[in-house]
Design a protein around this ligand. Sequence first.
Ligand code: DX5
Ligand code: ZN
Length: 219
Amino acid sequence: MKKIIAPSLLSSNLAFLYREIEMINHSEADWVHVDIMDSSFVDNISFGSLFAKFVKKYIHKPMDVHLMIFQPERYVEQFKNSGADHLHIHYEACMHLHQTIFAIKGSGLKVGVAINPHTSVFLLKDIINDIDFVLLMSVNPGFGGQRFLSHTYQKLEETKDLILKHNSSALIEVDGGINLENASLLFKNGADILVSGTTIFSDENPQRIIQKMKLGYST
Ligand code: DX5
Ligand code: ZN
């Protein structure tokens, strides 16, 4: 278990984006998570590759890009050029998943496959050895600030079993509704990476929250 923390910029104060980025740079956070939404796969519009390119210029940590868009294969090159280090695509949004995984790897990026709360972990069986990350959505994608869905713990168990059974080296990332309490439990139960937006950015001392999350403090 790695205990990687990836603050999600979706819940940051965008009017003061540079300040938020500097906060992350000087914190114990490991990566920065960028949520890309196109109003089609999810009911929201967030950022595009231009935003990611700007962020990458100033952030001194790997950029973890979560594509919540249909046919993500159309944008691999664009996000590669924006400086993404990891590209997550949704199982539900990608017709030729295997092909797209290899297109992403071929462009030199690490690849993750995200699954919605209703999607079974077992559907990843045939690609589990080809990916770097499984991204378990612990809320329905589209918005920050939602309540964590507790059946994620069960899915975490199933993902660990699948990885073990296939001798895969994929890491497990959990995204949505993460607070100190569930973060501590998720790390204890084998999650490697946690994405957190609202809990971090709504606190008056976000760096302290990041530190506590990393240390596994539940309050
Ligand atoms: C949800 C996004 C998440 C979101 C997490 O669709 O994928 O990354 O920003 O934000 P919180 O921590 O507020 O649930
Ligand atoms: Zn995300």
